[in-house]
Structures are given as C-alpha cells and as structure tokens.
Design a binder for this molecule. Structure first.
Ligand code: 13P
Length: 247
C-alpha cells in the first residue's frame, strides 16, 4: 500500500529513465489498484509488464469492494500476486482462497504469482518444508499440468520481508529446489522445470546478483527496494546479467 497515482507515475518514469527496457528477462511493475490504469498507460509502449497485487476469485457479482480478474485484464495486467503473506497474515487469506484466486486468474489469462513462505516461528521450529508443501499442494488443487507453466511461485520467507534480513542465497536455493522437486512429484519433472520460482524478502541492489547466481532462483519479487526507481532498475539489471550468463 504505497504510492498515489502521482507517486507511482514518478516511480515508473525514473525506472524507465534508468533502464529503458529489460533485455533477456521479464520485469513487471505492481502498483496499487488505484494506480494501475495510469501506470498501465505509461507502460503501454514499453517492455515492462503490469501486475496487480491481488484479485478476487469471482468475475462479477455482489462482492462490494473486491477487484475482479476481469477488471485486471481490462487494465492490461499480465500478472497478479496471489496469497502474499500480508494478505494471509492481515486479511485471513486461506490456502483455499489462494487456490480459487489462482484458478480465477488463469481463467482470465492472467499469470498468477503464488506467494508462499514460512513465519519466523515455523522457521525456528524447522517446519519450513511442511508449511511450503501444504501451501503449494493446496494452492494447486485442481490446476492441470498445462496451466502450471503460467504460474510463478514466489518463495518469500515471512521473517525476511521488510526486516532487512535476507535468506542466504544458499538457503533460498535449497527451498527453491524443494519446491521444484515437489512440483515434479505433483506433476512431472519436465513441467516442473518450466515453472519460474522467484525469491522475495529484503531483496536489495547489494544482494540481487548473489541471489540470482543460484540456478534455482529464477527471479526476484522486490518490495521496499522497488519503491526507488533507480534501485529497481539496478535489480532488473542483475536479472539481465543472469539471462546473459544462461545463454
Ligand atoms: P521487501 O523486499 O520489502 O522485503 O518485501 C518483499 C515483498 O513482500 C514483496 O512482495
């Protein structure tokens, strides 16, 4: 919940001045709902994609205050975050709700970015894998292998979000490998290999390259650092470096 329309426009302007177009990688901007239209218009001729921070699971109806995936498609969004830890933590979003939202996004040709991650208590109790497995299995109930490719999984350890504490790249890579292996078991290995698994939690210009050096880390979900257009551009440049290295 950061950014008026004016602030969001200023941010994408600085972003595009710092990096006109991401090369070899994809970059999406996810402003608040209220700024989606204006930011979308600004990004229209650019290589940047537009993303929303949440959506409801129904297309229309008496659901006062909710945002339909149809509305997001109408605004030219390509991606939508689903199950962000703050939605789960502060708004009681359940795994079942996340599943319905993923399904609704896919039905409307939006790519869901499904966020998963453990709390500090769960991390300390060594429950990370149990929590992630439950979140992913329940998020993907009824989702077919053909749709899996359109889903991005964002691993965001809650203890690393906005705290300045980043998971080490090695730890994040291990959890990513666990997620890919789980997807392989739920579907099949070739399908699992197509899924982009990205990391979020105190990503900064100083740690982006190191995180992206891990083969299991396909991209980043950036919070605080993306509020500065120049820093956001620097982080995208780190993804460009990874893309070049992969060629
Ligand atoms: P920070 O990068 O500020 O830790 O936020 C991560 C996040 O939640 C992105 O969705």
């Amino acid at each position: 919940m950061n950014g008026t329309i004016g602030e969001s426009l200023k941010l994408v302007t600085v972003l595009m001045q710092s990096l006109k177009a991401p090369i070899g990688c994809e970059a999406a901007v996810a402003p608040p709902f209220t700024a989606l239209y204006s930011v979308g218009v600004t990004l229209q001729e650019s290589e940047y994609q537009l993303a929303a921070q949440d959506c409801f699971w129904e297309n229309a109806g008496a659901y006062t205050g909710e945002i339909s995936p149809v509305f997001l498609k109408d605004l030219s969004c390509s991606y939508v975050l689903v199950g962000h830890s703050e939605r789960r933590q502060f708004f009681g979003e359940t795994d079942a709700a996340v599943n319905r939202k993923i399904d609704a996004a896919l039905r409307n040709d939006l790519k869901p970015v499904c966020c998963v991650g453990e709390t500090l208590d769960q991390y300390n109790a060594k429950e990370t894998y149990t929590v992630i497995e439950r979140q992913i299995k329940q998020a993907l109930v009824g989702i077919g292998a053909r749709d899996l490719e359109s889903i991005v999984i964002a691993y965001e350890p809650i203890w690393a979000i906005g705290t300045g504490k980043t998971a080490t790249s090695g730890y994040a890579a291990e959890v990513h490998a666990f997620i890919r292996n789980l997807l392989g078991k739920l579907y099949d290995a070739p399908t699992a290999d197509l899924v982009r698994i990205i990391y979020g939690g105190s990503v900064k210009t100083s740690n982006a390259e190191e995180l992206l050096r891990e083969s299991q880390i396909d991209g980043l979900l950036v919070g605080g650092a993306s509020l500065d257009g120049e820093q956001f551009a620097q982080i995208i440049k780190a993804a460009e470096v990874k893309a070049v290295a992969a060629q």
